[in-house]
Design a protein around this ligand. Structure first.
Ligand code: GLU
Length: 480
């Protein structure tokens, strides 16, 4: 048997972290078994589905490296298939037309509520005579197609994550709607129906999805039975929870996968972190791996039943590991868009080799890519504001003489790492000041601060774009 799995997002919003994590698990399982990973867009909700959401979903999956083998298939392009399947069930007497109006359903619900009963359809149109149907049609009523669900049915499956699951037919809300009607016949299928028809047609062997779909599974199994098809295996993955233990939602400030990109997380770190949202490697101390490496070890035995808490500190740590180990040219490619978005001009000598030198300098201090904007601001602006500490430093005795000495030395020497060290040594000697003071004054003058990346490397970078001397002169004026 070839493993065939699918991710089946509804394009009613951007690619959400929950869907992305489900996609990761599907991908890992498919790759582990040398199977196929299929992408299906469930766009039958015409009011809420949007092409831009589909685009966002495709881009998000690609960004994460979750390449698919087949698709994207669109449910709205497969309506004939669903209609045919509805007709099959109608022909077999397993489904029927229900003419109950919205008002009647509402009244039913109210009555059930008054009796403290769970809301359910009472199957009232299960056995309409042809005359009754004709009469309802004559009244201008529209219909839906309902699939018969017997109250005394027990539905059992062995969930790959949650173990044995048992549901009773009477808890499924009565005969279920599987399709709506159009003026001339069977119309849009509903989720539970289309998903089964598609999963059968696409020969899906394992349905791996979020645990919010557990309640649908019992209904879907009844549909497989009605079609005389073997049901796939089911694996319901745990929810992603926030720090308070509630389902991660918009209120947590993250919705789309691209929100994470915007915040400076790399695709590899995101994919890596998502594999850990509910799964752990056999060696649970191993936390950094590519998707391919995780796929080798992936199995549902190590997927938790309990919800997976979203841990920002862990994600930050994983992200920093990827950034710190990334080749400099690759990291430069990733940082350029952040600088551009911050409005930094990549001109005036800030060519590729210079940028790569800058990345070598700041890379080890980054946790998120976006951190590069603040850390490197001093390399993209003409002048820097002096922090109060830097300002105080410049006013200290010895700072003026130091800066004068450095400026004079700069006029006579080409700046290199060696000559920079030499100039500092010389100023220490000539002005009879401590090396620490020289370093601090120089840092304050060049960067406007007393903390930051390696001083000599920073100086070299500023020198290459002609900013060191003007800053030294300006700082000299600050020494009063
Ligand atoms: N369209 C459903 C969703 O986005 C798919 C669920 C499933 O995988 O069956 O939740």
């Amino acid at each position: 048997m070839t493993v065939r799995v699918r991710i089946a997002p509804s394009p009613t919003g951007n690619l959400h972290i929950g869907t992305a994590r489900t996609a990761v698990f599907n991908w890992l399982f498919a790759r582990h078994h040398g199977g196929q990973f299929i992408l299906r867009i469930e766009d039958t909700d015409s009011e809420r589905s949007r092409p831009e959401y589909t685009e966002n979903i495709l881009q998000g999956l690609r960004w994460l490296g979750l390449n698919w083998d087949e698709g994207p298939f669109f449910q709205t392009q497969r309506l004939d298939l669903y209609k045919e399947a509805v007709q099959t069930l109608l022909d077999q007497g397993l489904a029927y037309r229900c003419y109950t109006t919205a008002e009647e359903l509402e009244a039913l619900r109210e009555a059930q509520k008054a009796r403290s009963e769970a809301p359910r359809y009472d199957n009232r149109h299960r056995h309409l005579t042809p005359e009754q149907e004709t009469a309802y049609k004559a009244q201008g009523r529209s219909f839906v197609i309902r699939f018969k669900i017997e109250d005394d049915r027990e539905i059992v499956w062995n969930d790959l994550v949650r173990g044995k699951m048992v549901w009773q037919g009477r808890d499924l809300g009565g005969d279920m709607v599987i399709a709506r009607a159009t003026a001339d016949g069977i119309g849009m299928p509903l989720y539970n129906f289309a998903v089964v028809v598609d999963d059968m047609d696409m020969q899906i062997t394992h349905v791996i999805r979020g645990e919010d779909h557990i309640a649908n599974t019992a209904k879907q199994i009844l549909l497989y039975e009605a079609f005389g098809a073997k049901e796939p295996e089911f694996a319901h993955t745990p929810l992603i929870l926030n720090q308070e233990g509630r389902k991660l939602s918009k209120r947590d400030g993250v919705t789309s996968i691209f929100d994470f990109k915007q915040m400076g997380f790399t695709a590899q770190a995101m994919a890596n972190y998502m594999t850990l949202l509910g799964w752990s490697a056999p060696d649970s101390t191993q936390e950094i791996f590519t998707l391919e490496q995780a796929a080798k070890q992936f199995s549902f035995e190590r997927v938790n039943k309990a919800g997976a808490k979203f841990d920002w500190a862990k994600l930050d740590w994983i992200n920093s590991q990827y950034i710190h180990n990334m080749p400099v040219d690759q990291l430069t490619d990733l940082l350029i868009p952040y600088w551009e978005e911050a409005g930094y001009q990549l001109t005036g000598g800030r060519d590729r080799p210079w940028l790569e030198q800058l990345v070598t300098l700041i890379g080890p201090s980054l946790t998120r890519l976006v951190d590069a904007v603040a850390i490197s601001e001093l390399f993209f602006t003409q002048t820097v504001e002096f922090s109060s500490e830097a300002s105080a430093q410049l006013k200290q005795e010895g700072s003026a003489a130091t800066l004068k000495g450095i400026i004079a030395a700069l006029d006579n020497h080409q700046l290199t790492e060696a000559s920079a060290q030499e100039m500092i040594k010389q100023v220490v000697k000539e002005q009879n000041v401590k090396k620490g003071l020289v370093m601090k004054a120089l840092r304050a003058a060049l960067t406007g601060d007393l903390h930051g990346p390696d001083l000599i490397q920073s100086w070299l970078l500023l020198n290459q774009i002609g900013l060191d001397k003007p800053r030294l002169l300006r700082a000299l004026a600050e020494t009063n």
